[in-house]
Design a protein around this ligand. Sequence first.
Ligand SMILES: Nc1ncnc2c1ncn2[C@@H]1O[C@H](COP(=O)(O)OP(=O)(O)OP(=O)(O)O)[C@@H](O)[C@H]1O
Ligand SMILES: O=C(O)[C@@H](O)C(=O)CO
Length: 418
Amino acid sequence: MKIGVIADDFTGATDIAGFLVAGGLATTQMIGVPGADAVVEAEAVVISLKSRSNPAGQAVADSLAALDWLRARGCAQVYQKYCSTFDSTAEGNIGPVADALMAALGTDITVICPALPVNGRSVYLGHLFVGEALLQDSGMRDHPITPMRDSSLIRLMEAQAQGRCGLVAASSVDQGVEAVRARIAALRTEGVRYVVLDAISDAHLDVLGQAVRDMALVTGGSGLGLGIARAVADGAAAQAQDAGAPLPGPGVVISGSCSQMTNRQVAAYRAVAPTREVDVARCLDDADAHGAELARWVLDQPQDGPAPMITATATPDQLRQIQSRHGSAASEAVERTFAAAARALAQGGITRFVVAGGETSGSVTQALEVTGFAIGPQIAPGVPWVRALNRPLSLALKSGNFGAQGFFLDCQPKGVRA
Ligand SMILES: Nc1ncnc2c1ncn2[C@@H]1O[C@H](COP(=O)(O)OP(=O)(O)OP(=O)(O)O)[C@@H](O)[C@H]1O
Ligand SMILES: O=C(O)[C@@H](O)C(=O)CO
């Protein structure tokens, strides 16, 4: 195995898996840490954890279990995948997980690279930008769990990890692979443990991928994964994409993300597809029963047009009201409702699940008892079709902020889109 990825959420895992395939590596995504006897034939394996919001101790334990599984299969390089918006404050677990992986791998240096330029995430002079705004001035400033109030990756790492953090600036990346390697080596002799890599373009990712291809541990978003895949691939990807191509059959759209982009996507799709709102009070009252009702409604809709949508997506104002009334219990109840609906929908013959939101995707995937995924073609950057390894189901797991306004329609079979 060339690369073993430890991803801290499910949509993040499909995101990097899609880019590894796009970069030329035959890739399989596993849900949770597979059993000791699991046999997985792939050049890259992505292990999907649900550890992003967990306390550091739990995230470290889960990540080390994933590392053991990967190392037992001769994994050449370990990749710690986190969000392209870093999603980790001083109390976060990215630093502690990186430290634990470094100790276990016996390495004293790693790199930090959340950049994903195709989706507007770039790193310049060690600061993370979302579109044209610094991270600290973007919507991430008000994230409910990880409010990102600092854009300096160097400060963020030094606040939560065990050592000093340095920088390979864009000017060095522009000079090419050897300049980047020389800069990393120089920082290492100064005792720096974490090296932030500037990247504002795909060309930068290619240079960086070449430069870090031999490091024992790298950390980042999915962009660096593309760079490394291009550097180490020998051309088996077409096969991998076929294995994950979407199945035919009836579909559903399940939206549990409340991001700005998902709000726009839901509004656009509502205009063309049968849509049913999730009733949060019913979720809190009896999630299983409400899930079953929603599934019945979906199965009763005509299947010759755009797939029906069930949605809990709310605007920030609506969400604030719901949360002040019910607290975090509401979000958990919505997730349980979607899980119950997904189980009933699969039983009722739905084969294509389009799901918006990382936590929501985690609940749905776990409810469907999927063990892992073959990776298919990308619908939008960072969102590939994936096909369950153990049952005939296709899924598209969309990170909250990914995809264009017409994303849900883009997921429909060709005849329906036209
Ligand atoms: N109307 C609602 N009321 C309360 N909670 C909701 C509502 N709609 C969605 N939720 C909850 O909000 C959370 C959304 O998180 P999720 O990770 O699915 O989306 P996201 O944060 O936009 O995605 P990503 O992590 O990929 O950026 C889920 O726990 C979901 O159950
Ligand atoms: O890196 C990203 O932005 C995504 O893969 C993700 O992790 C969102 O949950």
